[in-house]
Design a protein around this ligand. Structure first.
Ligand SMILES: NC(=O)c1ccc[n+]([C@@H]2O[C@H](COP(=O)([O-])OP(=O)(O)OC[C@H]3O[C@@H](n4cnc5c(N)ncnc54)[C@H](OP(=O)(O)O)[C@@H]3O)[C@@H](O)[C@H]2O)c1
Length: 231
């Protein structure tokens, strides 16, 4: 792999959409910094993707600013550049403002919203140098309010953050893309609530599409649902 191969920092890379996308992007020639809390899973994935010339694992809790800064430092020191950063880490909760613990709520808001903002803040200086690309994982739940869902509110915040960031970065050459999936069969769900959900690869193809555009094209948002999803 050449030193000029583009470098993507990806949070939430240990399972689901992140892990599937890492595999697809590596096959497309991207070098990857894989970030999440489950270091062992990340290390297995990095080895599967070809080892340190292709992918490195970084233990990162996205709610910790020092972890996020360290992940960007790994990209810059190990690969020498950062071309894209994808704030993908996140999780959901039960439907009801009387369900889940308040601690679960705090962790979810901090991970989904504050964590995404920290990824942006940590990666942005390096991305300005490469005229790079920021991606955020939103959701259909960030486009339409889901009944009894604080998770839906966190994803509305992610969509607003993406559009706000796009406006701030206008003219810098840095692109911003929100990836907004419907139901995807991942460990996000204890039981997937649809018969025919998206597979993680279906989302990975959307990410690859956004990343593959020429520099003057910014795919602002991709909303991708299963063909049969009522909401
Ligand atoms: N599945 C769906 O239907 C669906 C639909 C729309 C949007 N999304 C969004 O897609 C994104 C990925 O979810 P997924 O479906 O792929 O579920 P997943 O398989 O559960 O993946 C979630 C990822 O986030 C990481 N993560 C959670 N908290 C973290 C933290 N504090 N710091 C660092 N990493 C953290 C997890 O890794 P560790 O536990 O190892 O840290 C894992 O890699 C999430 O933002 C989710 O909201 C999912």
């Amino acid at each position: 792999m050449s030193d000029r191969s583009p470098v993507l920092l990806l949070t939430g890379a240990s399972t689901g959409i992140g892990a599937a996308s890492a595999r697809m992007l590596a096959a497309d020639g991207w070098r990857l910094v894989l970030a999440a809390r489950s270091l062992e899973k990340l290390e297995e994935l990095a080895a599967e993707l070809g080892g340190p010339d292709h992918a490195v694992a970084v233990e990162c809790d996205v709610t910790e600013w020092a972890d996020q800064q360290a992940a960007v430092t790994v990209a810059l020191e190990h690969f020498g550049r950062i071309d894209a950063a994808w704030a993908n880490a996140g999780f959901g909760g039960q439907r009801s403002f009387l369900a889940d613990t308040v601690e679960h709520w705090r962790d979810m808001v901090l991970t989904n919203v504050y964590g995404a903002a920290l990824t942006i803040r940590a990666a942005l200086p390096g991305l300005k140098e490469t005229k790079g690309h920021l991606l955020l994982t939103g959701s259909i739940a960030g486009r339409r309010a889901i009944p009894g869902s604080l998770y839906s509110a966190t994803k509305h915040a992610v969509h607003a953050m993406g559009e706000s960031l796009r406006q701030e970065l206008d003219g810098t050459g840095v692109r911003v893309t929100i990836i907004a999936p419907g139901v995807v069969d991942t460990p996000f769900f204890e039981k997937v609530p649809l018969d025919a959900p998206l597979e993680p690869d279906d989302v990975a193809r959307a990410v690859l599409f956004a990343l593959s555009q020429p520099p003057h094209v910014d795919v602002n948002e991709i909303l991708v649902r299963p063909t049969a999803q009522p909401m």
